[in-house]
Design a protein around this ligand. Sequence first.
Ligand code: SAM
Ligand code: DTB
Ligand code: SF4
Length: 318
Amino acid sequence: MLNLEEKKATYLTEDISNIYNKPLLELVYEAQTIHRQYQPHNKIQLCTLSNIKSGNCPEDCKYCPQSSRYKTDIEKYSLLSKKEVLEQANAAKNSGATRFCMGAAWKNIPDNSDFDEILDIVKEVSKLNVEVCCTLGMLTEKQAHKLKEAGLTAYNHNLDTSSKFYKEIITTRTYEDRLQTIQYLASAGIQLCCGGIIGLGEDKEDRIELIKTLSNLNPQPESVPINVLVKVPGTPLSEQNEIDSFELVRTIATSRIFIPKAKVRLSAGRLSMNNELQTLCFLAGANSIFIGEKLLTTDNPQINKDKQLFEKLGVSPL
Ligand code: SAM
Ligand code: DTB
Ligand code: SF4
């Protein structure tokens, strides 16, 4: 069993892979043991997503339906009004979400009136007494500080996969660009939500490298979303092979063990998972989901189905 008191300053690939490759039942047992030390029992945080600016993104992320490079059937619109976003935030709160996450299909946050509007929206949403998270692409150090002042709780900026495999998936920005934004967020004191996607065609070593990089971030992320690729027609990855479900469980369990204080979020891809697989993910340390019928542009399970699952399992929203 990994003794966290002996937690190293820097994890090596070997540290992560020794855990990732354990017999599955032992791995899940260790992850659940750590989970019980660091996280509330039987509680799952509910989060809701709002796509506040949709489509026409200049980046070429091969998985993403919002890239302007691919012909996908999505709604495209410019920044929503404060009124619309607040309506959505109130509805999210009423359905039990304690975190409201706003996403924009931008390469980076523009330095114009849209950013002023975002600051205003963040201020208002934070008054609702929910955690406020944004994912708006790259940003400058100054923008990070302004978001912090406006009351932003956390910023989502995923590393997606290993630095080696990243180049196969995105060519319009680098892994170092991502790490730079993460650095600005840390210096502004904004909590980091940073995770990845599995099922992109990466191999196990890439998943291990991703977990290593996430574990070695200083400070570690407070939130680690683990997405399973949603295969959207029109994107280059629409015909990708399904990932083995147990690789998802291993990814979650290993993240839980090495990043014990974080919420590990079972994010995109739940629609293609049955109740039993989601339950195994919770047992392996996932303790948050997105609720609501849509993620950003793709479908998510119906709220009633999630409620039924929670009742069956005896877990309650955090
Ligand atoms: N444009 C910003 C950015 O890339 O940071 C924010 C929005 S972007 C859609 C947020 C995250 O959604 C991506 O980093 C990626 O991990 C995830 N994502 C996008 N499309 C996905 C898909 N088809 N399946 C699973 N996850 C996806
Ligand atoms: C994250 O890691 N997953 C969420 C959230 N952060 C922004 C987004 C998932 C998007 C899935 C594809 C879509 O709906 O467009
Ligand atoms: Fe743009 Fe983000 Fe989609 Fe990449 S993941 S295409 S940056 S919206």
